[in-house]
Ligand binder design. Structure first.
Ligand code: KG4
Length: 342
């Protein structure tokens, strides 16, 4: 089974051809990603209207490239899949309309995929990870802890009450005058910084459950910056290091609580989403896993951020699990919880 998949929920126009091969090394035939980072960088974040126009400009070429690089003719593709949500409505519409048109013209079945389900299942595209697992999804637009019991069987244990983790990295980078996207810039600056110089309180510690909120950490960072008369490169590095330290510690503390809230007490812990590229976060989470004798697993960094291979893989998992194809009038859904997929 060969799937042509399209992803356009944020600022990456992506298309991929993925196959249900036994060996994980043979599954991704092509994975084309056209990033809009340079377009949004001057604004310090994604501008939805600009993103939609750029998706429209890029989508045809990206799909053509994916099919060509996959080495297949369109007649050899079995299913067309696209991200239906959650995400920015303009971009989602561009991807959905393109996918539905190809499905209609080539008489192939169509599958509308939840973007978060793509992130949730990516680890199984690359490695032999069995259900159940505890998942931490931390991206630019989403943050959640979920117990993944099987395909389509997800339980959210906790989520963010305000910003996503990536969004927090992006906003703090902007405060420091560092380049967008903020995550990699902060991680780089933090390498030369002293993480113990600026003090923070870990939020939410008197609250039950494992939800997170990053607004207190953001405000504290703003106050640290305001108190400095002049912000030197060393100050920036120290703030970046202290901020990264508190955010990654906070996430790991809440992850411990999330683990206690699972029904199945899974033996695997998986992290996904753009922030999963952060090496400090990976270190903290693997320490926790080592303590509790759990297996820690993260997709390769290139597949942690938005891509269409994960959408194609989610389609394969759903087909294998017996879920049906979508109708061509399937809705585009800017908000779509993983608890409401089916
Ligand atoms: O999953 P993703 O590629 O896209 C969307 O959410 O659309 O995540 C992008 C986010 C950005 O906010 C970026 O700053 C963050 O992931 N990010 C990181 C790192 N690399 C990317 N955050 C922390 N550390 C990193 N190394």
């Amino acid at each position: 089974m060969n799937i042509l998949a399209i992803e356009s929920s944020c600022d990456e126009t992506a298309a991929a051809v993925v196959r249900d091969a036994e060996d994980s090394a043979d599954r991704i035939l092509s994975n084309i990603i056209r990033s809009q980072i340079h377009v949004h960088a001057p604004f310090g974040g994604v501008v939805p209207e600009i993103a939609a126009r750029n998706h429209l400009d890029a989508i045809d070429t990206v799909i053509e490239e994916a099919i060509r690089a996959g080495g297949l003719a369109i007649s050899e593709i079995d299913v067309i899949a696209a991200t239906a949500g959650p995400g920015l409505i303009g971009g989602l519409l561009v991807g959905m309309v393109s996918a539905k048109t190809i499905a209609l013209m080539s008489q192939k079945p169509f599958m509308a995929i939840n973007h978060l389900e793509g992130h949730l299942l990516t680890v199984r595209l690359c490695y032999d990870v069995e259900f159940p697992y505890l998942l931490l999804l931390a991206s630019g637009g989403n943050f959640l802890f979920a117990e993944v019991m099987g395909v389509g069987n997800y339980r959210i244990l906790g989520q963010t009450l305000d910003d996503a983790a990536g969004e927090t990295f992006d906003k703090v980078a902007k405060m420091l005058g560092l380049e967008y996207p903020g995550g990699p810039s902060i991680e780089k600056a933090a390498r030369n910084g002293d993480e113990s110089r600026f003090q923070y309180t870990i939020p939410m510690q008197r609250r039950k459950g494992c939800d997170v909120s990053f607004s207190g950490i953001k405000t504290a960072t703003k106050l640290h910056i305001v108190k400095l008369k002049e912000v030197t490169e060393q100050d920036k590095a120290d703030i970046a290091a202290s901020f990264q330290h508190v955010v990654t510690r906070f996430i790991t503390i809440q992850l411990r609580k999330a683990y206690e809230m699972t029904d199945a007490h899974p033996r695997n812990v998986v992290i996904a989403g753009g922030v999963a590229a952060n090496s400090r976060l990976r270190e903290e989470v693997s320490k926790f896993c080592l303590e509790r004798n759990l297996a820690f697993c993260a997709p390769p960094i290139a597949l942690c951020s938005d891509n269409a291979a994960m959408i194609g893989w989610a389609a394969i998992e759903r087909i294998r699990a017996g879920f049906s194809f979508s109708e061509l009038d399937a809705k585009t859904r800017p908000r779509w919880s993983i608890m409401e997929i089916d």
